[in-house]
Ligand binder design. Structure first.
Ligand code: MLC
Ligand code: AMP
Length: 504
């Protein structure tokens, strides 16, 4: 028996050969049979290219049906899917491809020259392009479709074999590749199916990007593993979302999606009344957003909590008390504990470090055995989030032990931005903090100390060149010195307080 997660997906594709499982408004509609046969054809292309089980396929493409086929094809042939945010700059992706030793990289034609130039340091790297419905990947796919007999199998994998690597940044050093196994994906989808009673008659409104855990493993996998159908939008846009809601039953999003919907007066009880579930995660959902949503629609958003390394760990209940400000009890099969700085478990209600364990917890960081060991205590994974556990078992995330900004559901590690800023002429030191932002939850403020008056435009341009747009600070401040405690550590909490109104 294979543990390839694609086998679990295929079971449901085969149960739904004639039904449309994936539809792109104004574009293609694919049945279970289409998803099965087209992923097989593309898997043959990958195998013909020489991809072996375990080889990494890095992907930086726009969202669309071909992205779904590519993802399924990579799983199907036992390779490892490595999705990359389409906003990452060339200098950012260089690290990922080199570290992961990609065997195949799929990207837009505009990125090709840069990726080709990496071949000297990644000798076995091959490339294919995908732009909308064109590119060398599509050419190869069409050619494979014309061949009557190709690969239709599923390459066998063990439960502990890698299905995906997703890079997450960290408070120190370079981004780390989280190794996610086939059994992690199956386990997490099973937990969510049970917790949310996910069904084949659910229609998922999918506006999330496909390059993160939320859009790929929580949203897409869950639907496909249940034979549910997906309405796939290229991105979150209130107009297209409002058009798609009448045909949907479940929507998943980051809090920004819900604040943007609430800002649109067309979004009301009439539009949303038939929906079975609105789910939020990836960033804290403000109590006021949850309450406003409830007042507007009569429905309480179901908030859940997770991370790249673990998939989903906690969720408010489908039936029962969905508590604003809490992420709910652990999912079935997940254990959580709250510990103090010495690792001792804390009494209920006290704030401490959140640790989780279960089948959903990843295998470790790619090529980083020491970092992996440092973030586990036995099989307990240290999330880096600060939380409380109520007497009745609800987890509330109250802060972060890690220096992390979450903007519009995207994680930004200040260190990465500070490193770029500190390299610029005239900059003595910098501190980057996140403060409340009405649209993104948190917005980025850069506080700098310079040898002389700093040209903020040049600093901004330097950030733009090196970093994805969502990581570029939006407010710039120069001080004579940064506030420090007696240990010499920069007091970012004071900076956050001082600039808390920056985006008001
Ligand atoms: C885009 N921009 C952002 C941003 N996204 N700025 C701050 N934070 C963000 N999240 C900037 C761009 O750089 C650009 O600026 C400008 O906004 C317009 O870009 P856009 O792409 O047109 O923006 P928009 O479509 O409005 O996107 C915002 C968004 C999107 C919130 C809809 O970021 C999004 O879909 N976020 C979801 C992220 C997600 O899936 N997270 C899950 C992670 S998994 P400029 O100046 O550069 O032109 C995880 C685990 C878990 O966390 O628990 O789920
Ligand atoms: P990522 O590394 O992108 O997977 O992001 C994971 C982090 O997002 C977690 O460690 C939390 O800090 C945060 N997160 C995810 N869901 C929630 C939530 N519902 N409430 C608060 N923080 C969340």
């Amino acid at each position: 028996m294979t543990h390839n997660v694609f086998a679990a997906i295929q079971l449901n594709l085969k149960r739904n050969t004639e039904r449309t499982l994936l539809s792109i408004p104004g574009g293609r509609r694919l049945t279970g049979s289409d998803l099965d046969s087209e992923s097989a054809k593309l898997a043959s292309v990958l195998i013909d290219l020489g991809l072996a089980p375990g080889d990494r396929v890095s992907v930086q493409i726009e969202k669309g049906w071909m992205n779904v086929i590519l993802y399924l094809a990579v799983l199907r042939c036992g390779a490892v899917y490595l999705p990359l945010n389409s906003a990452y700059t060339n200098s950012e992706i260089e690290y990922f491809l080199t570290d992961a030793e990609s065997k195949l990289h799929v990207c837009g034609a505009d990125r090709l020259d840069h990726v080709e130039s990496l071949k000297s340091s990644i000798p076995k790297l091959q490339t294919l392009t995908l732009d909308g419905e064109g590119g060398t990947l599509v050419d190869a796919f069409e050619a494979a479709k014309a061949v009557s007999k190709t690969f239709t199998d599923i390459v066998g994998r063990d439960s502990d074999d890698l299905a995906s690597i997703i890079y997450t940044s960290g408070t120190t050093g370079k981004p780390k590749g989280a190794m996610i196994t086939h059994s992690n994906l199956v386990a997490n989808a099973e937990m969510l199916t049970e917790a949310w009673n996910y069904r084949s008659d659910d229609v998922l409104l999918h506006a999330l990007p496909l390059f993160h855990v939320h859009g790929l493993f929580v949203a897409l996998n869950l639907a496909l593993m249940n034979g549910g159908s997906v309405i796939m939008l290229p991105k979150f846009d209130p107009d297209t979302v409002l058009d798609a809601i009448p045909d949907s039953t479940v929507m998943m999003g980051v809090p920004t999606y819900y604040t943007r919907l609430l800002a649109d007066q067309r979004f009301n009880r009439d539009v949303s009344g038939h929906m079975r579930l609105f789910i939020s995660g990836s960033a804290p959902l403000l109590v006021e957003t949850s309450d406003e949503f409830f007042e507007r629609t009569g429905q309480r958003i179901l908030e859940r909590y997770g991370m790249t390394e673990t998939g989903m760990s906690c969720s408010n209940p489908l039936n029962g008390d969905r508590r604003a400000g809490s992420v709910g009890p652990p999912l079935p099969g997940v254990e959580v504990r709250i510990v103090d700085e010495d690792g001792a478990e804390l009494p209920r209600g006290e704030i401490g470090s959140l640790e989780v364990r279960g089948e959903h917890v990843f295998k470790g960081y790619w090529k980083l055995a020491e970092k992996t060991a440092a973030e586990f205590k036995g099989d307990w994974f240290i999330t880096g989030d600060m939380a409380t556990l109520s007497d009745d078992g609800y987890v509330s995330i109250v802060g972060r032990g890690k220096d992390l900004i979450i903007s519009g559901g995207l994680n930004i590690y200040p260190k990465e931005i500070e490193d770029v800023l500190n390299d610029q002429d005239g900059v003595v030191e910098s501190a980057v903090v996140g403060v409340p932002h009405p649209d993104f939850g948190e917005g980025i403020v850069a506080v700098l100390v310079g040898e002389q008056e700093l040209g903020m435009e040049a600093l901004q341009a330097a950030c733009r060149e090196k970093l994805a747009g969502f990581k570029v600070p939006r407010r710039w401040i120069q001080l004579d010195s940064l506030p420090r405690n007696t240990m010499g550590k920069v007091q970012k909490n004071l900076l956050r307080d001082d600039y808390i109104e920056s985006f008001k």
